[in-house]
Design a protein around this ligand. Structure first.
Ligand code: SF4
Length: 65
């Protein structure tokens, strides 16, 4: 599975990388950067949690191509 950020929808408040530092970090602008592609099996529950927890619905988890 692949975790993607919709940068147009993201508000940059940092909930995702604050709650899941193994999955996401931030750049100098405070925008999230996905650290793992594909998401390892062991982190899938955390990935679903950040997707569900993003207030802007800016994160998606989809099958890796
Ligand atoms: S929680 Fe959502 S809106 Fe907030 S920084 Fe992360 S991706 Fe962006």
């Amino acid at each position: 599975m692949r975790l993607d950020v919709d940068r147009r929808a993201c508000a940059g408040h940092g909930l995702c990388y604050g709650n899941a530092p193994d999955l996401l970090d931030c750049d100098d602008q405070g925008d999230p950067i996905v650290l793992v592609d594909p998401v390892p099996e062991a982190l899938l529950t955390d990935a679903r949690g950040v997707v569900d927890g993003c207030p802007e619905r800016a994160l998606t988890l989809e099958a890796a191509p």
